[in-house]
Design a binder for this molecule. Sequence first.
Ligand SMILES: NC(=O)C1=CN([C@@H]2O[C@H](COP(=O)(O)OP(=O)(O)OC[C@H]3O[C@@H](n4cnc5c(N)ncnc54)[C@H](OP(=O)(O)O)[C@@H]3O)[C@@H](O)[C@H]2O)[C@@H](O)CC1
Ligand SMILES: [K+]
Length: 189
Amino acid sequence: MSDDVGYTTEQLMELAGLSVSNVIFKEYNIKKFKKILICCGPGNNGGDGLVSARHLKEFGYDIKIIYPKINNKLLFTKLLKLLEHYQIPVVQSITQEELNQHDLIIDAIFGFSFKGEPRNPFDELIRMINKSNKAVISIDVPSGYNINIGDTTNSLYVDSEMNISLMLPKEGLKNYKKKHYLGGRFLPT
Ligand SMILES: NC(=O)C1=CN([C@@H]2O[C@H](COP(=O)(O)OP(=O)(O)OC[C@H]3O[C@@H](n4cnc5c(N)ncnc54)[C@H](OP(=O)(O)O)[C@@H]3O)[C@@H](O)[C@H]2O)[C@@H](O)CC1
Ligand SMILES: [K+]
């Protein structure tokens, strides 16, 4: 999709992460929601989370990343290197107690390429997020949602209070009733 108009994935991901960060800054007062945990999956949705981390840190939030399955493509290696410079901690596992210490959780686990039911270790992470009783927001789609038909087929998905769709809301969010932003309208229509 991006290649058709001349954008690179890297450029779109940067715009996506910045859009997400702008929405969070607007919606979640930094004094009340200082500590943010970003949960990143193995694909580009996780990449959006890695980018958001930098921008949110620039806005003044304290950021930690949980990234259980590292993507070895160059794009992700570069994003992780940047995070080192920003001194943003990246861990590969987390306990419920550690997760609960955050004020806001960002779900960047799966986006539009998710299929089936969430597999290990993401199933457990999603359960922990849902158990936390913290504010949770999803990037592009609540992870675990069936992207075409919504949450009706999966028993396990991130029960977030807000979704930030990127570029276009996906079909599966047609009946989404919670707070819903459209971020990153970065392709000409
Ligand atoms: N192109 C664009 O316009 C832009 C797209 N952007 C962003 O990219 C997102 C789409 O990214 P994406 O295509 O990389 O896939 P994504 O949804 O992150 O996940 C795929 C990964 O999940 C895994 N996986 C799948 N099912 C699984 C399961 N049941 N249980 C466990 N794992 C499972 C799968 O692993 P595999 O099945 O291959 O082993 C693969 O590694 C999109 O939603 C938006 O946020 C923006 O960055 C900028 C502009
Ligand atoms: K997501």
